[in-house]
Design a protein around this ligand. Structure first.
Ligand SMILES: [Mn+2]
Length: 354
């Protein structure tokens, strides 16, 4: 079905072949997931059967699991590019699009063909992937439940004297134990002044009483990822910390309330940004409000002031306003949100701890 939808789009632009090398795109169209750095290629001719080319080590798994395509093995002495060239000739393709290719592969292909147009067009696949079907939504719900479990385990483990990576370990262990296939991205546990780094990763820093701790993490379920952030204070927050938490959660709530189908993504961003601006913290909100999530942790649509995206039913996006005061600390609150016709539904639901 997804391949048919892609073909329908290809037909509109007179594209007669599509070449897919991104493993998540391969999974999206065939249901076969390989290791993240696998070299494989799915060739979809407009007329004809799609073929998945895989290395010998992936062959059995691909043969057992890949749907809607033939599976061909690339023997160790063959090069994948030669196989692709062979398929292009066999199907007499003249106008091919691709999602991603290494530079050497791209150069190799255009050198081989003088009369074949080979164009990068990721948009065609993102237009499909950005709208989640009911099966994808159920996987994203499961991944979100696991993220809630992770964030709760992480928050429970926080106390003065504990190291950041120990919190990450507790959170990741809890998610894994409940069925997560891995972590959606490198877990961020950023404490004290480090919480002012929006991408603070995780260090061996010892957490102290009275500090902010940002926990930003996600789980994976059936290939689909989740993303949640909570900020807590170790012990009783000061008046300044309380105020920062209050402003960011108000911005978060504002953005959530304005989500519905057909709203411009920049308007959702502005709704949260206006709250921070009106409190004099506009400059401290260093990043866009959010991003789409699915098989990848960062996908379209993008929620930012320069975004040209319009939200559609079935989009799944993060809402993550933040405030970062260098040398002092930061606050970020993030939930994964499913766009419905008239509202946004929070898929991650862990408490805010305000
Ligand atoms: Mn995020």
């Amino acid at each position: 079905m997804r391949i048919e939808l892609l073909k329908r789009e290809m037909l509109k632009s007179n594209v007669d072949g599509y070449l897919i090398s991104n493993i998540n795109n391969v999974f999206y169209f065939t249901g076969f997931m390989d290791i993240s750095d696998a070299t494989l290629s799915l060739i979809i001719p407009l007329d004809g059967e799609p073929t998945l080319l895989v290395p010998p080590l992936s062959y059995t798994a691909a043969k057992d699991n890949a749907l809607n395509c033939l599976v061909n093995v690339i023997s160790t002495k063959d090069k994948i590019i030669d196989k692709i060239v062979q398929k292009i000739k066999l199907n007499n393709l003249k106008n091919i699009e691709f999602d991603t290719l290494s530079t050497s592969m791209y150069m190799g292909l255009i050198k081989k063909f003088k009369d074949v147009k080979i164009t990068l067009n990721q948009k065609r696949i993102w237009n499909l992937r950005r709208v989640k079907d009911s099966q994808e939504i159920s996987f994203l719900r499961k991944a979100s439940e696991l993220a809630d479990i992770g964030i709760e385990a992480g928050i429970q483990a926080i106390k003065a004297g504990v190291k950041e990576y120990e919190i990450a370990a507790e959170a990741e262990y809890a998610m894994r134990l409940h069925g997560s296939e891995g972590i959606a991205f490198d877990t961020i546990i950023a404490s004290g002044p480090r919480s002012a780094y929006p991408h603070g990763v995780c260090s061996n820093r010892v957490i102290n009483k009275g500090e902010f701790v940002i926990l930003d993490l996600g789980a994976v379920s059936s290939g689909y990822r989740s993303d949640i952030t909570r900020t807590v204070v170790v012990g009783t927050p000061t008046r300044k910390q309380k105020k920062m938490l209050e402003i960011v959660s108000r911005a978060h709530k504002k953005a959530l309330e304005c989500i519905h189908e057909n709203i411009n993504a920049y308007e959702v961003d502005a709704s949260a940004r206006d709250v921070l601006k009106s409190e004099g913290y506009g400059k401290e909100f260093l990043h866009g409000l959010g991003h789409g999530v699915g098989l990848d942790i960062h996908e379209p649509p993008t929620l930012s002031s320069s975004s040209e995206d319009v939200l559609k039913k079935g989009n799944i996006v993060t809402v993550e306003p933040g405030m970062y005061i260098v040398g002092f600390g930061g606050v970020r609150i993030e939930d994964l949100v499913l766009v419905h016709e008239n509202y946004g539904e929070r898929l991650t639901q862990a408490a805010y701890y305000l």
